[in-house]
Design a protein around this ligand. Structure first.
Ligand SMILES: O=C(O)CCC(=O)C(=O)O
Length: 257
């Protein structure tokens, strides 16, 4: 199974790499950022995360991670990361249809303060109807090993159904809905700082707890089909924006790319 993307030039991957994403539902992009760029990004993402004006959405004893959504709207440097030209170029290739930005989120697993992110697909959490494409690009801003909570994926489910679950902390939630998934081979992908994986919104994925002494710093940029339709489901990014149910995501928070 092909997991790694091969670059055709600085900003484009090969057709075989696009095919691997279409076959498996995820793809690893080695060196999306140079190690120096990744270190700079880690600094400004952590500065944003530590800014008291930016709210952690997952506080409390049972928090799986600290979660900061849409930091791109309050920090120009984060915007440059979330909409990194190389990333956008690659995601456009993977999408094959016009796309727009959906949201970003920093997901930090602090030492001693994290839990496993259990198996789920993103699509049921996202308030859109019938998109031809939607994905999340998970960018490691520090080395993320198995022990530090790297991501795992189950290949081959991107063209199937989306199974709604309501608890990212319940290890059986997805398998109770789709028992055959539990018997599939899992691909676990440790990443070096600056590497990225892109996964389709129906690809089942999970991440471990961070049992190391340094924070797991991940920045996730999400993209979707420009034509996707808003279905009115509650979501922290869209609630209160006044989007029209049945209409497109035409709003400055979701720029066309
Ligand atoms: O980083 C994690 O722990 C989970 C991330 C995730 O579920 C996602 O990016 O869709």
């Amino acid at each position: 199974m092909k997991i790694y993307a091969d670059m055709k030039n600085d900003n484009e991957i090969t057709e075989e790499s696009v095919q691997a994403f279409n076959d498996n539902g995820f793809l690893r992009i080695p060196g999306l950022l140079s190690p120096e760029e990744a270190a700079r990004c880690a600094d400004f993402v952590m500065t944003s995360v530590e800014d008291a004006n930016n709210k952690d959405l997952q506080t409390g004893e049972t928090a799986i991670f600290a979660q900061f959504v849409n930091l791109w709207t309050v920090n120009e440097a984060v915007k440059g990361l979330s909409m990194h030209p190389k990333l956008i170029s690659i995601v456009k290739q993977l999408a094959g249809v016009p796309i727009r930005f959906w949201h970003d989120q920093a997901l930090i697993k602090y030492p001693g303060k994290s839990a496993p992110t259990e198996w789920h697909q993103d699509e049921p959490f996202w308030p859109h109807e019938g998109p031809r494409f939607a994905c999340a690009a998970w960018i490691a801003l520090a080395d993320v090993t198995v022990q530090r909570g790297c991501m795992s994926y189950i290949p081959g489910y991107q063209d199937g159904d989306a199974m709604p679950i309501d608890d990212l902390g319940n290890k059986r939630a997805l398998f109770n809905k789709c028992p055959e998934m539990e018997f599939e081979a899992v691909t676990t992908i440790p990443l070096k700082a600056g590497d990225c994986t892109v996964h389709h919104c129906r690809t089942p994925h999970a991440a471990g707890a961070n049992i190391t002494e340094d924070p797991r710093i991940a920045h996730i940029s999400c993209f979707r089909d420009a034509e996707a339709i808003y279905n009115g489901k509650s979501h922290v990014v869209t609630d209160g924006l006044g989007l029209k149910v049945g209409g497109k995501f035409d709003h400055p928070l979701f720029p066309l790319l």
